[in-house]
Design a protein around this ligand. Structure first.
Ligand code: FDA
Length: 307
């Protein structure tokens, strides 16, 4: 029951101000967002890649309100690419972006977001890596898929995310399961109405399996974004039945969640990519992680009380 309340709070400016100013122990936020700057994050990149993991980097931030903030988001990603160039890790470290951070919700936002994200995709390609477009709430998705299609004309490796909880996603998956595409399937992290999305966990899980089957049997490159042990073993089985080799799909999990499992899957020879967020505008990302697991909220509240 707590999840929807926390998700509603994640879009509230008042709560953002309140929680961002609270004496949250750095430890709690750090569990999910292990740095504020490129300089902070480089040692983490080196450590995780050194342990056989791959990464997708997210500069936290979303729902910006001015074109200047959108340009700053673009520049933050370009600074990251510049640093990655020096590390020479190629596609082992890719990037995930939220188009709302690139101006998608502003006036003329579709064009603005495309204009801001294109140089990032271009710079990523120049160092041998790529970008995946995250999926935000359902009202943004037509624009996200159109931008994805546009970017793929010049950069076919550009990935996108689809969310199992949305009714539309089975059709999106059929359209996207084509040669050369890279698609991350997740359950979905936003508060969505019953008109557009399954509300019950068992319905979402069943949809996840149906969509995953479409992706595994298709010709694209499926990226299995989940920490759910049941779905991970189903994914392995679906990959086996579809005749996919271990380098023809990958698992993805979030930094700070089931970290032992990251290492276990990598040690078994799977491609395992860790979604690693950093930056100062951590509120929305952090609140979604709290909403996914009430125990996180208890830990967070306890740490505030014990300050
Ligand atoms: P589920 O929520 O059932 O969790 C399974 C188990 O994992 C739990 O029992 C618990 O052990 C552990 N777990 C999960 N979440 C946890 C948490 N926050 N803290 C502690 N333990 C936790 N969503 C979206 O809408 N758009 C997007 O672009 C993305 N991108 C994305 C990338 C990657 C790589 C991942 C893994 C996830 C996303 N998500 C996302 C988030 C996704 O939609 C979903 O909310 C979370 O992955 C949680 O769902 P699970 O599939 O892990 O299952």
């Amino acid at each position: 029951m707590l999840g929807p309340v926390i998700l509603a709070a994640s879009r509230s400016d008042r709560m953002r101000r309140l929680i961002s100013a609270a004496p949250v122990t750095k430890q709690v936020v750090d569990r999910f967002i292990p740095g504020e700057s490129v300089a902070d994050i480089v040692p983490i990149i080196e450590e995780l890649t050194g342990r056989g993991l791959e990464l997708t980097m997210d500069v936290v931030g979303e729902d910006i309100t001015t074109p200047e903030q959108a340009a700053a988001a673009r520049d933050a990603y370009l600074a990251l690419v510049e640093r990655l160039r020096g590390l020479g890790l190629g596609e082992r470290v890719e990037m995930s972006v939220k188009l709302s951070m690139f101006g998608q919700a502003l006036d003329g936002g579709h064009e603005l977001a495309l204009a801001n994200v294109r140089p990032v995709v271009e710079a990523a390609a120049a160092i041998g890596t790529t970008v995946t477009l995250d999926a935000e709430d359902h009202t943004t998705l037509d624009s996200m898929f159109a931008i994805h299609e546009e970017l793929r004309r010049d950069f076919p490796q550009t990935g996108c995310v689809i969310q199992a909880y949305l009714f539309r996603t089975e059709a999106d998956a059929r359209r996207l399961a084509e040669a050369g595409s890279r698609v991350r399937l997740v359950k979905g992290a936003y508060k969505e109405p019953a008109e557009v999305a399954y509300q019950q966990k068992h319905e979402i899980d069943k949809a996840y399996v149906r969509i995953l089957r479409t992706l595994m049997e298709g010709e694209g490159y499926p990226m299995v974004g989940s920490h759910d042990p049941r779905l991970i073993s189903i994914a392995q089985e679906l990959a086996r039945r579809a005749g996919r080799k271990p380098d023809e799909y990958e698992f993805q999990m979030l930094y700070g969640i089931r970290s032992d499992e990251h290492l276990r899957l990598a040690a078994e020879g799977h491609r395992m990519r860790v979604y690693t967020a950093y930056g100062t505008d951590w509120y929305g990302y952090f609140m979604r992680r709290l909403a996914e697991k009430p125990a996180n909220l208890r830990f967070f509240l306890r740490s505030m009380v014990s300050k």
